[in-house]
Ligand binder design. Structure first.
Ligand SMILES: C[S@@+](CC[C@H](N)C(=O)[O-])C[C@H]1O[C@@H](n2cnc3c(N)ncnc32)[C@H](O)[C@@H]1O
Length: 261
């Protein structure tokens, strides 16, 4: 007889403020689905779980942690991923839905996408649902009052590990940059922003929406400081020179006139 698998649900919880958990995620958390949540080490505190706890939901006794180590050792990482995916498939094989708790948005640099893909490779009939949510940078923009993009502006989101050479180049191409995972290269990036005269239009945000949230506008004061992994930089470049725009939304008459000219 064919096994009936539960559904795998990626529930975005927003970046820290439980008020930013969507109604859909909130409902799924209370639907009787079994909770699973990611940690970097066994029995470590889970940031995603802490958001829900602060929202006032008790953690079910049968919630399961999945370990995703933060390592560049490809072999260790590969093994951990296979273990996590197999564990997920086993739990789904009990027939109950699983809700995977995701900090921020589940489709943005999140473990969930990869996990869901590996699980589907193992058992293609497993159904997956992704509940969208508020990303860290959407919340950071709102908190700091720095709009991410207006009118014809361009916006890019990049992991800081690409390095200051790439970031320097991107500053010529985009009006706003969102630099994620900024911790290891923070000093180098601050020096770059200093050289480009962009310190005043940049902002550092750590653990946005949580009780430990920090917003630092005086970036020079952060040089040499240790910051949390959950931190990002919003960088606006008002000096960027823009190219010409081709307007797809031009009214037909204007477009015909332009074509005839
Ligand atoms: C693996 S990515 C996760 C992104 C997340 N899924 C989202 O939608 O924002 C981790 C990086 O996102 C940023 N980040 C995530 N949560 C944050 C928070 N609460 N405050 C500031 N930055 C955060 C940091 O740059 C961190 O290094």
């Amino acid at each position: 007889m064919n096994k009936t698998y539960g559904k795998l649900i990626g529930a975005s919880l927003g970046p820290g403020d439980p008020e930013l958990i969507t109604r859909r995620s909130w409902a799924v958390l209370q639907s009787g689905a079994r909770w699973i949540y990611p940690v970097k080490k066994a029995e470590e505190v889970s940031y995603a779980l802490s958001i829900v706890e602060r929202g006032g939901l008790p953690i079910p006794g049968d919630a399961v942690e999945l370990v995703f180590p933060m390592t560049r050792d490809a072999e260790a990482l590969g093994k951990a991923w296979v273990r996590a995916a197999q564990q997920t498939v086993e739990l789904l094989g009990e027939g109950r839905d699983l809700v995977f708790l995701v900090e921020g948005d589940a489709s943005t640099f999140a473990t969930f996408g990869h996990l869901a893909r590996v699980v589907r490779e193992l058992v293609p009939e497993i159904e997956v649902e992704t509940i969208p949510g508020v990303s860290s940078f959407a919340a950071a923009a709102a908190t700091t009052g720095m709009p991410l993009a207006e009118e014809d502006e361009t916006l890019a989101i990049i992991p800081t590990a690409y390095g200051t050479g790439v970031i320097d180049h991107m500053l010529d191409e985009f009006d706003t940059l969102i630099l994620l995972k900024v911790k290891p290269l923070l000093d180098e990036v601050i020096e770059l922003l200093e050289r480009r005269g962009l310190l005043e239009t940049s902002c550092f945000i750590e653990k946005v929406g949580s009780p430990e949230e920090r917003v630092i506008r005086d970036l020079a004061s952060l040089k040499g400081a240790t910051v949390n992994y959950l931190s990002l930089l919003l960088v606006q470049n008002p000096k960027r020179e823009r190219g010409e725009l081709r307007r797809g939304c031009r009214r037909r008459k204007e477009a015909q006139e332009a074509a005839a000219a």
